[in-house]
Design a protein around this ligand. Structure first.
Ligand SMILES: O=C(O)c1cccc(C(=O)CC[C@H]2O[C@@H](n3cnc4c(=O)[nH]cnc43)[C@H](O)[C@@H]2O)c1
Length: 276
């Protein structure tokens, strides 16, 4: 089992590495085009070999996609492909619990399971762990006279990737995480109006960050499943940088990955992401 974890900044990478290092020392630093991979080899409970590579690829969806694609391609060319790509880091949390029944949105979900089958959704708080059951590009589209239109409404591409549901459930349960849609934005939300607009369009959003969709898009291009794990450093809403709790969110990230790393070693993926 080979897992690639992609963070935005080195501080997030180091927080993830510290967590995994609780059960495994770092074994190597490997250069890849545009970055350095930190490799760890935790011993999972089943004793199956597990390699976890952690890469800080930069802030934003484009940097995340570029770094992920480079690492995935290098591994594939070396005939040691990854089984899973994980977008990890801190993020902003929505503090309103998502609805328990499906609510109308301007861009209806086409592929995600109905809301009633989404256990574990709740409002986040600072330090919460969030596991994405949908990774959604929230600002990839066009403004129209009728409001925002996603690129899919314009006939292009995709705006949503769905991580393997059984893995989402297992990781969320193990880390006591809030489960829901994690939005990828290129601009950090800075007003109550924008937060409300995002929640209106994405009623199941529990967090926003800037890289998940980039990682998932690069992974999908190589048929690699993707996961997104965030810890909440701030509330999504009016800009108040002084209220960001980055230290606590980094500690929560370390703690989450101390739990997640051994768990990943118990998984082998089929195309549906179910446990084998
Ligand atoms: O202070 C600023 O103006 C500012 C502008 C751009 C980025 C930042 C960050 O510190 C973001 C870094 C990193 O953290 C994730 N993150 C954390 N909170 C949020 C959020 O509320 N909305 C979106 N992203 C967030 C993000 O993934 C970045 O990689 C600060």
């Amino acid at each position: 089992m080979r897992v690639l974890i992609v963070t935005a900044v080195p501080a997030e990478r180091d927080a993830v590495v510290r967590g995994i290092a609780a059960t495994a020392p770092e074994v190597a630093e490997l250069p890849v085009p545009g970055g350095v991979i930190h490799r760890l080899s935790p011993v999972p409970p089943t004793g199956r070999p597990l390699t976890v590579d952690v890469l800080a690829a930069g802030v934003g969806p484009a940097a995340a996609a570029a770094g992920t694609a480079a690492a995935l391609t290098a591994a594939a060319v070396a005939r040691t492909p990854y089984d899973l790509a994980v977008s990890a880091g801190i993020g902003g949390g929505f503090t309103t619990a998502p609805p328990t029944t499906a609510a109308p949105a301007t861009t209806p979900r086409t592929t995600a399971p109905p809301a009633t089958t989404r256990p574990g959704s709740a409002a986040t708080h600072l330090g919460s762990v969030v596991v994405a059951d949908a990774i959604v590009a929230a600002d990839l589209g066009a403004e129209t006279p009728d409001g925002f239109a996603a690129v899919t409404d314009l006939g292009f591409g995709t705006v949503e990737h769905l991580p393997p549901a059984p893995l989402v459930a297992a990781v969320a349960e193990a880390t006591d995480a809030v489960r829901g849609t994690v939005l990828t934005v290129s601009t950090v939300t800075g007003s109550a109006e924008r937060a409300a607009e995002l929640l209106r369009r994405h009623p199941h959003a529990v967090a926003e960050a800037m890289e998940g969709f980039g990682v998932a898009e690069a992974a999908a291009a190589q048929a690699v499943p993707a996961l997104e794990v965030r810890t909440v450093s701030n509330a999504v809403g009016p800009r108040d940088r002084a209220a960001w709790r980055i230290g606590e969110a980094m500690e929560a990230l370390t703690s989450a990955f101390a739990t997640i790393a051994p768990l990943l070693g118990t998984w082998t993926f089929d195309p549906e992401g179910t446990r084998q």
